[in-house]
Every structure is written in C-alpha cells, then in structure tokens.
Design a protein around this ligand. Sequence first.
Ligand code: DAK
Length: 260
Amino acid sequence: MAYNNILFEVKDAVAYITINRPKQLNALNKETIDELNQAFTNVEEDGAIRVVILTGSEEKAFVAGADIKEFASFSVEEGKLLSAEGHQKLFNLVENLSKPVIAGINGFALGGGLELAMASHIRVASENAKMGLPEVSLGVIPGYGGTQRLAQLVGKGKAFEMITTASMIDANDAYKWGLVNHVVKAEELIPVCEKIASKIVKNSPKAISSAIIAVNAQFREGIDGFVTEITEFGKCFGTEDFKEGTTAFMEKRKPVFSGK
Ligand code: DAK
C-alpha cells in the first residue's frame, strides 16, 4: 500500500515505520493516524515481521503532537469521538500489538507524539530529544492516553508536574525519570534500536506475545495480572515454539522459532 505521510519498510524481520511530515514536525493528522493504523495492522498480520522500529523523519522531531491546525476547530462531540477513535485505531493498537514496538525518539516528542512513544513497548531517545505533554497550554488535556501512561511510567507526582506545567524535559531527565530506557547520540539511535530488535527476533514470537499480554494486564481495570500471567504461561506449553525452544536447548543448538 502507498502511504502519503509515513514510510514503511521491512528488513530482516524488522518493520521500520517512519512518520514523514517533516515540514509539520511529523504532527499527527487524521490521515497519518489512519496510515499508521494500516501499517500496524499489516505488521500484526505479517508472520515474517517480529518487531517494529517506530521513528520520525529528519532530526528535529519524532512527532510534535497532534496536528493543531486540524483539531483547532473541533466541537465537544468531535473531540470525544476522535479521542475514542484514536485510542482504538492507534494507541491501543500499538500497546497491544503482539510484536514489540521500539520507539526511536529522534527529537521533539510532544503531546500525541509522546503519547505514541509511551504506547510503544520500549523507548530509546537521542540526546537532542525533548519530551512533554503541552496540552493544557492549548486548553485541552492529553487525549490519547497520556494522563494514564505517563503516570504509569514516571509516577503520579512527576506526571502531574509535566502535565500541569506543560513543560518539556530533555532526554537525560527523561532517562532519570524512567520515561525512556536509553539515551544515545543521534547517529546511534537507529543502530541501538536495531541492536535491541536483533535480540528480540531470536526469541519465541509466541512467548513474546504472551508476555506483552501479561505485562499489559497489570494496567487493565478489573483484570488480575497474576491470573493473566498464569493463563498465558499455560498457553505457552501448547506451542510449537515451546517444543522448539526446549528441544534446541537439549540438543545444544540455537532454536529456530516458527511463531506457532
Ligand atoms: N501541529 C501542526 N503543525 C505543527 C505542530 C503541530 N503540533 N508542531 C509544529 N508544527 C509546524 C509549525 O506550525 C511550523 O509550520 P509553518 O509555520 O512553518 O508552516 C513547523 O511545524 C515548524 O515548527 P516551528 O516553526 O514552530 O518550529 P520551532 O523550532 O520554532 O518550534 C516546537 C518547535 C516543537 C517547539 C513548536 O513547533 C511547537 O511548540 N509545536 C507545537 C507543540 C504542541 O503544542 N503540540 C501539540 C500538543 S497537544 C485529540 C487527542 C489528542 C490531542 C488532540 C486532539 N482528539 C482526539 C481530538 C493531542 C493534542 C496534542 O498533541
């Protein structure tokens, strides 16, 4: 499929999704959200893809937020509808994808951009990255899960500070606060993401998808994460990946996982 706002490429079981509206600092308009939905849906369905690296084109921005020019004229109903739709179409889709998503934060990650990075499973930032949720400076609040996921990652106190001051933090503070896993030089951003991806692709896709379900369960209302873990753990015993992993260990060879 041809995209207008993103680049999509697959190499060695890794899908590279690059948001590509550099003139608007990769701001998320509706069309970009739709294209990302399509790309992540393709990733989910393509058995040859094991991991995603998500980044922004050029050095200045990962994503500088939702497209302000587009949402400036929304009514209350439109805002609510688009928020719910956006959650399903993109942010929840990414968080619950059966394959890990590594966000390579290459510059500004603001508002919906930081929310997208936070919905990803692993975050690596370049030294020049700046992160924030500036929504209250525009008269709205984070609408794509930011109030929930930021507090989960950095704790309630720091989340309140970031959200109510609408200030940006730099990559080093983001690392200290637990918002990103690694901070690297700009030119090392994609290589470091690829190094993490290369470790992931060696492991069982079935087990990884179960692990994602189990870890996410902790943050779902009304769901006992420990019970989910037991269920997912049990399921692993019925997979070809489990047979292959344990057999390969006993045969002193590297496993070749089918993802079944
Ligand atoms: N939307 C649209 N255009 C943007 C943009 C954005 N978020 N961010 C930057 N741009 C555009 C600028 O308008 C400018 O375009 P031209 O004027 O050249 O045509 C171009 O990108 C370059 O930006 P600057 O000239 O401003 O570049 P600077 O280096 O001076 O500043 C900056 C970089 C990142 C500090 C600045 O651009 C900035 O403050 N940008 C806005 C950041 C921001 O407030 N982002 C929005 C956060 S609120 C919703 C759910 C969720 C949300 C909304 C709705 N619903 C469900 C309805 C979420 C909202 C947010 O994300």
